[in-house]
Write a protein of this length. Structure first.
Lengths: 296, 380
């Protein structure tokens, strides 16, 4: 049962107004429960939450480098085990998509293969936001970023998102899930489940970024819901390799979700790019079929 | 006993609780030895078979921050891969001890000995100790934990020993008893740790208003380590009967006219060469640098004040400049007017013999130095 009174992520940090990641972290820590040690790789979260000598973290927290959070977590786990603390304390990594699906993948793969008892939560804002909205392996197809700019010869990022959850399922992870900060109860419950599952668990959380995606910060929750409602983001759980839940929706076309964000505006102006929008719709359709999310 | 096994047995005596390790020649016998020791129940520690050296040291950071004494060992390419973590671990002021079986750096690939690997970490803020023989290699491991864990120091340390020349050589060592090591070292008592009862944030970022002060305090700690090594080195001598209260050790240096400065196992060869040169009437002595960081400038200047010529043997080279040790020695002797000649030698496992040492002394006497010594002209 999630203890919603837990407030381990304090106010006063330096996140942008409307930051999806900061709201997600507050919920994630509620789901994680007391006695949680947090590891954060370098990124937006680390920078906006810990400008020395201030910290937003009311639970033990450590940042080492950009790509090594899982290895640091491995060391913490081994240390707690040796000290007889692992039955009372838990380890949670919270890192951005750049630190997770790109630069930190080797460390994640190693830690998951070794089977350390920890949970890795990726707050996925779909680009390197801390450094100024550069493309990552989690950037969706056709998104305009500063390193995958739309232009006369480009419709933005030319590759689909890397499917890290499935890669970690292949590692034999006992619990892999996706969630979004737009569905707080689902997110908190999944974090709680992961933290109470022995072994390395992974949750990828959709966290809209008003600054990087180009929308009014008041609409973060709305954007998060739209992603799920159009099928470009699917909330699911995979337990011991088996799909056990996927949020069903009465799916709407991807158009409204895309139109709401400046990162996709080149698909509509100066003229609507039907061919590219159809490709994005095909990604949503494929997701829907794969996870069986359509309400008939 | 083989050097690597002696080191593994000594690490056992230091009772680390977490050992993240990744194999690399010529460090392998150490991590294999430790794995066997744990498998046989002779050390109660978590051994993590990490997927890279980068993760080995990263896991050391996590385990140390969580409150455990940790150990790892590496060399060469492994140390190079760790680079970012090396600097980070030091900046986080975690008392990690890591063995370095010194080896050359690629390219070209070489698995053999020189000291380029640890030298390239010169500016990382780790303590760097260099062993002449396997007895020193094991003693320095125990001493390193004592120094690193001092609340006035809180730094990581490399214990450097020449790959193959020490790591794979069999020689007698006095392995201390558990009782003595326990009495000298005691259990790990971290200055601060990741603990839900007292939540603190490790590794925060520093704005320009704070960054320089962090670096200054780190630098001060490395400087302070010189006195700590001397203090605990003396205590070590009282407990174990082998004194480490000096960061530089002279051999027949008191009346020497020509001084050789060297680090690591080459000092043994130099001593033998000196004995032979002394028999021929040549007043040659050795200054063995046991500690490269902190660099004992004052001790070096004092020990070398009376000599006419200084020959530095560098098993490394700062390409485009000189050997790293020579650069430091020149700085230490600045203003003394004693000529300092640098000899880059023994790179990538090139053997250095007594006759080479004698030849170098002859070159120095003729004023010829600042060179790669022993090049095969025919393959250039």
């Amino acid at each position: 049962m999630v203890d919603r009174t837990i407030e381990n992520f304090d106010c006063g940090h330096r996140a942008c107004g409307g930051c999806g990641a900061s709201a997600a972290v507050r919920m994630i820590l509620k789901g994680a429960g007391k006695n949680t040690i947090v590891v954060s790789p370098t990124g937006c979260l680390e920078v906006f939450s810990t400008p020395y000598p201030e910290t937003a973290w009311k639970t033990p927290w450590i940042h080492s480098l950009f790509e090594n959070a899982s290895a640091v977590a491995s060391g913490i786990e081994a240390s707690l085990k040796k000290q007889g603390r692992l039955d009372k304390e838990k380890i949670l990594v919270i890192g951005g998509d750049g630190a997770t699906v790109d630069i930190g993948t080797l460390c994640i793969s190693g830690a998951f293969e070794r089977g350390h008892d920890f949970t890795y939560v990726c707050y996925d804002n779909e680009a390197y936001m801390n450094t100024g909205i550069q493309r990552s392996g989690a950037t969706p197809y056709d998104a305009d970023t500063t390193t995958s700019p739309a232009g006369v010869c480009s419709t933005g990022n030319n590759r689909p998102k890397k499917d890290l959850p499935q890669i970690l399922v292949a590692h034999g992870s006992p619990y892999v899930a996706t969630a979004t900060m737009a569905y707080p109860m689902d997110l908190m419950k999944k974090v709680e489940t992961a933290m109470n599952t022995k072994g390395p668990c992974y949750i990828q959380v959709h966290t809209p970024c008003c600054t990087g995606w180009g929308y009014d910060g008041a609409k973060t929750m709305e954007i998060g819901r739209m992603a799920v409602e159009c099928g470009l983001w699917v909330n699911y759980e995979i337990v011991n390799g088996e799909l056990t839940s996927a949020k069903k929706v009465k799916r709407v076309p991807v158009d409204d979700y895309l139109k709401a964000q400046k990162r996709f505006r080149h698909l509509f102006k100066p003229v609507r790019n039907d061919a590219e929008i159809a490709k994005i719709q095909a990604i949503a359709d494929k997701n829907a079929k794969k996870y069986g999310i359509d309400i008939e | 006993m083989e050097g690597s096994i002696a080191i593994a047995e000594t690490v056992r005596l230091c009772k680390p609780q977490v050992i993240p390790a990744y194999p690399i020649t010529p460090q392998t016998h150490i991590v294999e030895g430790l794995a066997s020791i744990i498998a046989d129940g002779r050390l109660d520690a978590e051994y993590i078979c990490v997927e890279s050296e980068f993760s080995a040291l990263s896991a050391c950071i996590g385990a140390s921050a969580a409150g455990s004494r940790v150990y790892s060992a590496t060399t060469s390419q492994g140390l190079a891969l760790m680079t970012e973590v090396v600097f980070n671990a030091a900046g986080m002021r975690l008392p990690i001890v890591m063995g370095i079986a010194n080896r050359a750096i690629s390219a070209p690939l070489s698995i053999w000995n020189d000291q380029q690997d640890s030298i390239m970490m010169r500016d990382s803020g780790w303590i760097q100790l260099y062993a002449e023989d396997n007895q020193e290699a094991i003693d320095m491991h125990i001493l390193a934990y004592k120094v690193c864990e001092d609340y006035n120091i809180l730094l990581p340390a490399f214990v450097c020993f020449d790959g193959f020349i020490l790591s794979h050589v069999y020689e007698p060592v006095d392995l201390p008893t558990q009782e003595l090591v326990d009495s000298f070292l005691g259990p790990f008592n971290p200055y601060q740790k990741l603990d839900p009862k007292d939540p603190i944030s490790f590794g925060m970022y520093a704005t320009p208003e704070y960054y320089m002060e962090f670096r200054y305090e780190h630098d001060q700690a490395v400087h302070r380590a010189a006195e700590a090594i001397k203090k605990y080195g003396k205590e070590f001598g009282e407990v174990f009967g082998r004194d480490y209260s000096e960061l530089v050790v002279g051999y027949k240096l008191e009346d020497a006219e020509t001084a050789i400065v060297a680090m690591g196992s080459i000092c043994g060869t130099v001593k033998d060469a000196i004995d032979e040169m002394r028999a021929e009437g040549k007043k040659v002595g050795l200054l063995n640098l046991r500690c490269f960081r902190p660099f004992p400038s004052t001790d070096v200047a004092k020990a070398l004040a009376h000599v006419n010529t200084i020959s530095v043997l560098d098993k490394n080279v700062s390409l485009g400049a000189k050997g790293a040790v020579a650069i430091e020695i020149k700085e230490a002797c600045y203003g003394s007017n004693i000529p300092v000649y640098d000899y880059i030698l023994g790179l990538g496992g090139r053997d250095v013999r007594k006759r080479d040492i004698k030849k170098i002394v002859e070159l120095a006497e003729k004023g010829e130095g600042d060179m790669f010594y022993g090049l095969r002209e025919e393959v250039l």
